[in-house]
Write a protein that binds this ligand. Structure first.
Ligand code: NAP
Length: 311
């Protein structure tokens, strides 16, 4: 059977874009299927300051555009669609979207992760009306207003730093007594005069009329609750992987795809890279590295299928 593509990549975040350009440069016929914009979660980052080679901070959206252009320049094709399922029949993968079936010899899943929800009363109701999961998108609406940031990881710290450029009334709450975030980032937040950090604090409810007006916070040391005026609530409490379209793939206990060090899953010919993969450190640079490894190993696998491997 002939296939449409050598490799189908699912997701155009940094892992997918890097895998795409590496595979295309290895002279493979590659398509990246993405449901939104290229760049994944990086498009939301205002200032990326730890990306190697960038001696000045770079905007995540701009860098994403450049990576997409670079991949396209090497011959990667892009399709905008939502993947519904991935099925392997013999040595052929069938990737199903709403109105089309794509076939290939190998698949690289680089579908990333989506933000987790707090589950507090009022979160759903005020989503888009004061509750947000993206500081760069929604922060400017709350310039000089009182904003709450929830979370204790790198994302919460990064986003709190961004919001602190817009207002001197940023309150940050974390359920534990210290941050999970990288130490430099955590220190910067703690030293920022526009951010008031409260540890051991949980959000119990988000209240308002048409828009957010207040939050109920609980100190989990002494179980006291207080209601406090607030104009916006920014939630950054981690993410969960986008794997709903996969079947029979080995996942770890938190739902991320388990792979070998060649990025290969338990299904031969199906690779995973980036935030969807079980990895100890989720970073754009890590995603790029994993994308490159996945493309290289998928390329070797296709050579084997064709009886063209270099022994
Ligand atoms: P994360 O590292 O998993 O941190 C999530 C934070 O939210 C944790 O502090 C966690 O608390 C808290 N949390 C989780 N569920 C909660 C709940 N129901 N209620 C209240 N708090 C809750 O997630 P992330 O910050 O989104 O980062 C994800 C990955 O991306 C990480 O690997 C990170 O290094 C990377 N990242 C890196 C950068 C950067 O390098 N600049 C920026 C953004 C993200 P506990 O600590 O108690 O578990």
């Amino acid at each position: 059977m002939t296939v449409d593509w050598d490799i189908i990549i699912i997701g155009a975040g940094f892992a997918g874009l890097t895998a795409g350009q590496y595979a295309a440069r290895a002279n493979l016929n590659v398509v990246i299927i993405e449901e939104l914009a290229a760049g994944g979660q990086a498009v939301l980052i205002d200032n990326l300051e730890n990306y190697p080679g960038m001696d000045q901070p770079v905007n995540g959206y701009e860098l994403s555009q450049r990576m997409e252009n670079q991949a396209a320049k090497f011959g990667v094709k892009f399709e905008t669609a939502t993947v519904k399922s991935v099925i392997k029949e013999g040595n052929i993968f069938k990737v199903q979207t709403a109105d089309k079936t794509f076939t290939s010899y190998a698949v690289i899943v680089a579908s990333g992760a989506k933000h987790k929800k707090l589950g507090a009363p009022g979160e759903e109701k005020y989503s888009g009306r004061g509750v947000s999961y993206c500081a760069t998108c929604d922060g400017p609406f709350f310039k000089d207003r009182k904003m709450l940031v929830v979370g204790g990881g790198d994302a919460a710290c990064d986003e709190a730093m961004f919001l602190a450029k817009l207002s001197d009334k940023v309150v940050m709450v974390h359920r534990r007594e210290r941050f999970r975030a990288q130490k430099t980032l955590a220190k910067r937040v703690l030293q920022n005069p526009n951010i008031e950090v409260r540890f051991n604090t949980e959000v119990k409810e988000i209240k308002g009329d048409d828009v957010v007006k207040s939050v109920v916070l609980m100190n989990n040391k002494d179980n006291t609750t207080t209601e406090e005026e607030m104009n916006a609530v920014f939630i950054f409490i981690g993410s969960s992987p986008n794997t709903h379209f996969l079947k029979d793939i080995k996942l770890d206990e938190t739902g991320y795809i388990v792979t070998t060090d060649k990025m290969e899953s338990n299904v031969i010919g199906l690779y995973a890279a980036g935030d969807v993969r079980a990895t100890p450190f989720r970073q754009l640079t890590v995603a790029c590295g994993e994308g490159a490894v996945a493309a290289h190993c998928a390329s070797q696998y296709i050579d084997c299928l064709r009886g063209d491997e270099y022994i």
